[in-house]
Design a protein around this ligand. Sequence first.
Ligand SMILES: NC(=O)c1ccc[n+]([C@@H]2O[C@H](COP(=O)([O-])OP(=O)(O)OC[C@H]3O[C@@H](n4cnc5c(N)ncnc54)[C@H](OP(=O)(O)O)[C@@H]3O)[C@@H](O)[C@H]2O)c1
Length: 266
Amino acid sequence: MNFKDNVVILTGASTGIGEALAHRLAAGGACVVLAARNAQKLEAVATDCRARGGRALVAPTDVTDEDECRALVERAVVEYGRVDTLINNAGLSMWMKFEDVENLHSLEYLMRVNFFGSMYCTYYALPYLKQSQGRIVAVASVAARTGVPTRTGYAASKHAMVGFFESLRIEVEDDGVSVTIAFPDFVASGMHTRSLGADGRPLGHNPLQVDKIMTSDACAQLILDGAAARKRQVLMSNRSRLGQWLKLIAPGRVDQIAKKAIEKGK
Ligand SMILES: NC(=O)c1ccc[n+]([C@@H]2O[C@H](COP(=O)([O-])OP(=O)(O)OC[C@H]3O[C@@H](n4cnc5c(N)ncnc54)[C@H](OP(=O)(O)O)[C@@H]3O)[C@@H](O)[C@H]2O)c1
């Protein structure tokens, strides 16, 4: 792996795919800067990272707060002197039909976490990433390329991420900074239980067939392989690979696949 001694700012590091990314990065000898809101969970992840041979800094951060995102980058620079990689992984999902949404604030909040949070972190890290000719990783979703029922606000926030990072990629190419966008399909993590329901509160249960979907660790491996190779995008399932072509010739078929995936929970 290509991350030995790399200074990696990782958002959403307290659990799920982010925790798995932290473990793998640490095992590869990276210096990880662990960001999320839950400081206690971050401390536990940091302990695991150090046990795996990496260096780890805990930086509690709410990515919806621009000042906290700036402070996150400043902490990384004060501690390690540079930033080589930024992984925008923090995210929140939803599981509700748009007509059932009780308060539109829920959808605004999804946009703040998924889109604005990534944008703030990227803005403050960019000068350092240009110095290091570093890597930016955006963890989007299959819902960033196509519509998914029960995911209107989530899909919108992830489509926004893709528009932003695909544009930024062109701007920073000549500076030697790469932008890799990952498009996970269903992944087993607590995200589905935490997804916002119609009342704006966490769903509280996981409607997916957890044993039939990708593990967080397998997802983390694919993300890091893609980032190491400075790939433009990382697709993770046959249906997402097929979907990008099918969308051009039979978009209605892609809609059906998305509908069926939600109904079956896999
Ligand atoms: N799981 C899937 O099926 C799936 C599929 C496609 C894409 N993805 C994407 O993959 C990424 C990781 O998802 P996951 O499955 O690992 O979800 P997860 O287990 O729920 O983890 C989400 C992470 O984001 C952090 N987070 C949430 N709100 C935050 C905020 N305001 N500020 C800072 N950190 C915040 C959480 O930590 P705190 O609560 O401690 O802040 C947690 O560390 C997300 O961007 C998600 O959209 C997941």
